[in-house]
Write a protein that binds this ligand. Structure first.
Ligand code: NAG
Ligand code: NAG
Ligand code: NAG
Ligand code: NAG
Ligand code: NAG
Length: 351
């Protein structure tokens, strides 16, 4: 009840006053993508019905029925509009931030390649350099438009595809080369360099989302089976190795880099500690018809379930808007102490 009341209050306060940070930049995968893949040759795009069935402008490229985490966070931070995708962000709008996220993208360059084009984290970092030089041009012409990007919020969410669309996919060699422990280590080494380069381009408030409980997705359950468990335990074990190393990396950055404020969002635990008040009672089957075992997305033009607020999963890998609201709210204002570390996004934004 408390959670619901707070949510309604903050959503209705959208549109009034200045946002809590001057700008918000988004790096990540399909959990955050809001249209960057639409023009690409790729199966990893969501600009067709029934995607966006609950979004005001319909299927514009979000991989869910309504708003995604980046949208909900922009609302909680009191931005007047959602952050535009890099693909069509132009002019003064970029001063409030840009969304670089791309479905099927990963920490590793090859991740997701069997689905087609996507923008890996390295390429998203290059796109951010393009944005920074565009901002320089705008502010050189108009001094009053200048923003201090060290005060902006950055969210980064990768790794899900490095497991679903790489390590645990038959199209890649990584599982033959690395043990789960070794794979987590090489991913974190690469992630460390990428996050450091974001810091080097003056990002100071960086929230990193850990990998979710992807062994509990309908896709992984269908492909691997659960062996009597609720989820695919060996997949969850593998991603927990990664998440544990990511927590240490965030702690290291906070200790080693001057003025760095990194936080870790424990998406894994948030998904596994849903309270009954969320109403998310259907946890293991998708709302839309998602029977394609390579793509895991909704079959085009099929009518999805009517009670979308009861479902955790929209398609075979992506959460519903209702689930995104729960995750994002707990990332913004931690519900349990382990939800975020060392602070939540609200505290980071205000710092
Ligand atoms: C200069 O920037 C300010 C602040 O963003 C804006 O309100 C104004 O319209 C800009 N002026 C021009 C000429 O673009
Ligand atoms: C930008 O913000 C950071 C963090 O608040 C601050 O340390 C820095 O001095 C500011 N830079 C400018 C040019 O105002
Ligand atoms: C299934 O579970 C049993 C009992 O816990 C275990 O011995 C076996 O190794 C598991 N099989 C697989 C494929 O995970
Ligand atoms: C942080 O510093 C410690 C101690 O010097 C070092 O062992 C560690 O590798 C550093 N971590 C990062 C991410 O820079
Ligand atoms: C989903 O679509 C497939 C392919 O068109 C069809 O065979 C199947 O019966 C549908 N499943 C459900 C649960 O509607």
């Amino acid at each position: 009840m408390w959670q619901v009341a707070v949510l309604i209050l903050s959503l209705s306060s959208l549109v009034y006053g200045a946002p809590q940070v001057p700008c918000y930049f988004i790096f990540g995968d399909s959990l955050y993508d809001n249209g960057n893949n639409n023009a690409f040759m790729t199966k990893a795009k969501a600009n067709y019905p029934p995607y966006g069935i609950d979004f005001p402008t319909g299927p514009v490229g979000r991989f869910t029925n309504g708003r995604n985490t980046a949208d909900i966070l922009a609302e909680l931070l009191e931005f007047e509009t959602y952050i535009p995708p890099f693909a069509n962000a132009r002019g003064q709008a970029i001063l409030k931030g840009v969304n670089y996220a791309s479905g099927a993208a990963g920490i590793r360059g090859e991740t997701g390649q069997h689905l087609g084009a996507r923008i890996s984290f390295n390429k998203q970092l290059i796109n951010h350099q393009i944005t920074l030089s565009r901002i320089q041009i705008i502010t050189a012409i108009n001094q009053s438009a200048a923003v201090n990007i060290s005060k902006c919020l950055y969210t980064v969410g990768f790794g899900n595809n490095d497991y679903i669309n790489n390590y645990f996919s038959p199209f890649y060699l990584t599982r033959r080369i690395y043990t789960p422990e070794q794979y987590a280590t090489v991913l974190i080494q690469q992630y460390s360099l990428q996050l450091k380069s974001l810091y080097n381009s003056k990002a100071r408030k960086i929230a990193v989302f850990g990998i979710g409980a992807i062994g509990c997705t309908p896709a992984m359950i269908t492909i691997y089976g659960t062996n009597g468990s609720l989820c695919v335990d060996f997949i969850n074990s593998a991603v927990q190795l990664f998440n544990a190393k990511l927590v240490s990396l965030v702690d290291d950055f906070n200790n080693n880099l001057s003025n760095a404020k990194f936080i870790y969002i424990n998406s894994y635990q948030i998904a596994l500690t849903l309270t009954p008040t969320t109403g998310l009672s259907v946890t293991n089957v998708p709302c839309c018809n998602a029977t394609n075992t390579i793509l895991f997305q909704c079959t085009p033009n099929r009518i999805p379930c009517p009670n979308r607020n009861d479902y955790v999963f929209w398609d075979a890998v992506h959460p519903t808007e209702a689930m995104d609201v729960v995750t994002t709210r707990r990332a913004y204002t931690a519900l349990l102490p382990q939800d975020t570390r060392p602070s939540d996004i609200q505290t980071l934004a205000a710092s």
